[in-house]
Design a protein around this ligand. Sequence first.
Ligand code: UD1
Length: 430
Amino acid sequence: MEQFAIKGGNPLVGEVEIGGAKNAALAILAAAIMTDETVLIENMPDVRDTNVLIQAMESIGVIVKRLDRHTVKINASNIHDVVIEDDFIKKIRASYYLLGALLGKYKKAEVSLPGGCNIGLRPIDQHIKGFRALGADVRIEHGMIITDAEHLKGSHVYLDVVSVGATINVMMAAAMAEGKTTIENAAKEPHVVDLANFLNSMGADIKGAGTDVIRIRGVSKLHGSEYAIIPDQIEAGTFMFAAAVTKGDVTVKNVIPKHLESISAKLLEIGCEIEESDDAVRVVASKPLGHTHVKTLPYPGFPTDMQPQIAVTLGLSMGTSIVTESIFENRFKYVDELTRMGASIKVEGNTAIIDGVKKYTGASITAPDLRAGAALVIAGLAAEGITVVDDIKFIQRGYEDFHLKLKALGAQIEMVNTEKELQKFKLKVG
Ligand code: UD1
């Protein structure tokens, strides 16, 4: 089984190139099947989640050609099925974006009901509410969500919770409905805006993405397009906190600094220096870090996908910090692992009370999910001694070449497959 072996203690120093946003890529890949013409997508991250979604698309007849590692050409003129099997949904929840895309294009779709992702209950009632408002019939039978409509008709959709997934799914279906749809209380995340821009580049008529009211005038046909995906806000943020926790000096390049504002603000608050330019942000942690309070919120608030990374950093900062998770109810699973490394964290409901300690010590730990896995790796980079992180398949879902990028910044980290390779690493790092 693949693991990351880490010898902590080196400050991360240098520049790191950030890839395309995984969460935008998932929505854009699904939307690309909504036209019979060819679509070219650039800045596609080469991570497990996008690759599984591509396989799900290929399973129904979509032709996907990789022109290079980060460019794909998609042609969906020969789709022969609107049923997405359970295997894909089990591996990647966002396969359910094919529901909105297929419903919009063919007025029918069947996708296996997604399970959880280890971070708590993840209902899809708002997606279903949106599809129904557009006139679709939605049933759950034999573990599948089955939806069809004679015609999709534009409508007024009020989302009871701010949901990225529901906003994206409803936006796709409404893009090809008859007439006008308004989505109120829509999610404002950068990837929602990126999807709207992509759909507009295919001939859709979507206004207001990035605000909480999105207005969509349906069109009967979408056309081919060439589009580059925005940089990954969460990958960038992860490297920014890795710089902070290792007392390093890292410039994240190819980013949109505006998307990183909540992250930069918290780093500034705890004593890092931040330098922004047009497409880069530099984080310098030259003095001891201080404590803060943070609550995860929908964009532009502090992202839930950055919660474990900030907690790992606050665990080594002076004083008591409070982290409140307001999006997912079960997102503190990594705390037990971090405690094994010496952290002092008490979780009460959706709040973690963190008493900063002087050091973490390396341990054998397990990645419980994607972002917590990345956070535990950065804890290992700051820890004394050797940390071995198991279940790195979770991390590979969303980070391309994570260990190689860290290595280029001076980290001592290897991917190891066997006990022998682990021993070799231990001998090498001394
Ligand atoms: C997306 C992101 C994920 C991120 C999350 C919040 C992708 C592929 N995933 O997940 O990385 O952590 O946004 O920024 O982009 N909810 C309902 N009913 C619904 C839908 C959601 O109650 O029908 C609730 C959820 O349980 C959660 C909250 O709404 O409490 C937000 O979830 P949502 O924004 O939908 O998250 P995802 O789209 O699943």
